[in-house]
Design a protein around this ligand. Sequence first.
Ligand code: SDX
Length: 428
Amino acid sequence: MTDQTATITLGDTSVDSPVLKGSVGPDVVDIRKFYGQTGAFTYDPGFTSTASCESKLTYIDGDEGVLLHRGYPIGELAEHSSFMEVAYLLLNGELPSADALAHFDNTITRHTMLHEQLATFYRGFRRDAHPMAIMCGVVGALSAFYHDSTDIQDPHQRMIASHRLIAKMPTIAAMAYKYSVGQPFIYPRNDLSYTGNFLNMTFAVPAEDYEIHPAVERALDRIFILHADHEQNASTSTVRLAGSSGANPFACIAAGIACLWGPAHGGANEAALNMLREIGRPERIPEYIARAKDKDDPFRLMGFGHRVYKNYDPRATVMQKTVREVFAALKVNDPVFEVALQLEEMALSDDYFAEKKLFPNVDFYSGVILSAIGFPTTMFTALFALARTVGWVAQWNEMISDPAQKIGRPRQLYTGPTQRPYVPVDKR
Ligand code: SDX
């Protein structure tokens, strides 16, 4: 709280609202009493100027291109940490000791198996079902199988549900891939790392062992770190809103997966690689930049632009570096990377993108790497969901354990018909 107030005058009513100050970032005007004091709502569709909650998890400075998880810069976490360590940090608030990390890692490992009956759930989908359709369905169904961890008022059950969700997402995602290619499901293995286990469940076959390439395991683990959490983005806000009604955590994460699927959000990584492949070669880039600038053309550069970042997305910086590492390790020479690099260079030298502060975001390069590793584009958003489950679960826990938490229930600006009498059908 500060001693500052913000005064809004509406007709002959003047209202002073307290100004609250965070540890860093913009102050907020506390308008919780505004409607009661004035009879008017504030209006902010898209929430461009609205703080929906108080949080201690992730801080973004969009102008400076800063992303902190519990105060630690994303570049340092990507360089020095692991996805499991970042998961512990987001859930618990501090970096773990070596013993605490080993215990957490072991706990997660022992929750990676799925109830065997869930394997039959996949049989209900067409083989060509989009993996995100499967993820929505299977994750939502988890509450039918793990009902012993759905009492959200019990901190112990909340912790078990959190561990189950983080642990089982790789298994569910890998099974979605296996089902789509008609290969048998591969069981989790407790002797592998979180990311190594996911690679093995995805690419191993019973006929022969799968050799996990260390550079690929490291690169994918780093990609998971880059996607772990991102403040109050659309899918995290969906998880919080679903959780505010008291819905069980599995249902809330399924709601987050559904929201993430959209091409304006997590679906952009699949759309970005499809766009790069459609462009095909550098000579065609000007045509697509012209389309992105054309008001009459709905085409947008996928993987470009961001609601918060009006500078370079710090995750895209790490992602571009990781492309080079994976390409070198796998001796890949996919021309799509050159198209991406030249598209970025041409767009960033164009006034349209400069004026609108449109830079590459986390989705611009991620697909290039995932494709080089061997994932089909339809799996890209499923991997985003896998990683973002850590953030969703941490944000959900923060919300549920906040004593001030209330059900989210926004109001509206109504512009429909005012009251009118019913007209019988023979009088219309
Ligand atoms: C993610 O919120 C998060 O944190 C999300 C995320 C996370 O980790 O959770 O970071 C992950 O979702 C990244 C964003 C992935 N989406 C895309 O790459 C899709 C392409 N980008 C956009 O559609 C757009 O940039 C958004 C949705 C990301 C942001 O949209 P905003 O903030 O609502 O901005 P806007 O749509 O109002 O655009 C502002 C202007 C418009 O022009 P004018 O109407 O002002 O003339 O910029 C233009 C837009 O037309 N614009 C683009 C553009 N993005 C915005 N023009 C061309 N290409 C683009 N990509």
